[in-house]
Write a protein that binds this ligand. Structure first.
Ligand SMILES: [Zn+2]
Ligand SMILES: [Zn+2]
Length: 283
């Protein structure tokens, strides 16, 4: 699966890596479960997200069958609404708060679902209940990742020198330092919605491009593979996850498991670039 993504003309760096054709969700679910075992204070949420990723994996083939789809029009698409309603039906309520959120999705009109979907696509979370946003994002991720996994790699890139996904325009959830093959040691930003990864130089601020004041931050006792790359010029940061140190790293799961890094960065006065749609600030 991984090796397939990295085959390209030898000696050239792929500008964009598309998601694997069988999707990232089964691996993500397993990673969430693993992290839930080792991060006991966050176990409840990590296990909930593991269940969500398992549902995403289960709906993967249905999404692939629902072609063709354009990403911007997704919230108006009946296939996407069916996906979101399936998530609400399949997720185990566990606690009363979640049960009422799931009911809210089940009872929502097509128009309400579209408003929520468009809000998350635009990175605007003001019109959606913070508890619902991860579920809306999960439904978007299934279709957008499915779409991205079938893109012709040759037609992608070069990427614009900015922080948004070259395929769907969303902000990154985090960045990864790759291991193996032509991309070994290179840093790629990971899209929070379609799962594409695009190349960006390390030790260079993702937001302003400066390399003068870049510094790395980590939590003592936390994962050795997860750090924050902070820029002292514009005071933004993005997490960087090292697949060489831990090959099982998943940008979404490891991001939530390393919330302590975000708390540290906030204390140091840094603002996060991008967001994890599975954990919305204030949610
Ligand atoms: Zn994207
Ligand atoms: Zn900067």
């Amino acid at each position: 699966m991984e090796s397939n993504r990295f085959t390209g003309s030898s000696g050239e760096i792929p500008a964009v890596l598309v998601p694997p054709t069988d999707g990232p969700f089964r691996h993500r679910a397993a990673r969430f479960r693993d992290l839930a075992r080792s991060r006991s204070s966050l176990a409840g949420y990590l296990n909930l997200m593991a269940g969500l990723a398992e549902i995403q994996a289960g709906l993967w083939n249905d999404a692939a069958a629902a072609l063709p789809l354009d990403m911007a029009g997704l919230p108006e698409n009946p296939a996407w609404r069916a996906t979101l309603r399936s998530i609400a039906d399949r997720l185990t309520p566990g606690e009363p708060g979640l049960a009422s959120l799931l009911n809210k999705i089940r009872q929502a009109t097509d128009q309400e679902l579209a408003i929520w979907g468009n809000g998350v696509l635009a990175g605007d979370f003001d019109h959606t209940d913070a508890g619902i946003t991860p579920l809306v994002a999960a439904a978007l991720q299934i279709h957008m990742t499915s779409f991205a996994s079938r893109l012709e790699k040759e037609g992608l890139g070069p990427t614009r020198n900015d922080a948004t996904c070259p395929v769907c325009g969303s902000l990154p959830v985090a960045s990864v330092r790759q291991t193996g093959g032509a991309v070994h040691g290179l840093r790629y930003l990971v899209c929070g919605l379609c799962g594409c990864e695009w190349h960006r130089l390390r030790i260079q601020c993702t937001h302003c491009g400066s390399s003068k004041e870049v510094a790395y931050f980590a939590i003592e006792g936390g994962s050795d593979a997860v750090k924050a790359e902070g820029c002292g010029d514009c005071m933004t940061y993005v997490k960087i996850m090292d697949r060489d140190k831990d090959a099982a790293v998943d940008p979404f799961a490891d991001d939530i498991a390393s919330l302590a890094v975000d708390l540290l960065m906030a204390k140091e006065g840094y603002r996060r670039l991008g967001f994890n749609p599975l954990l919305v600030p204030g949610g």
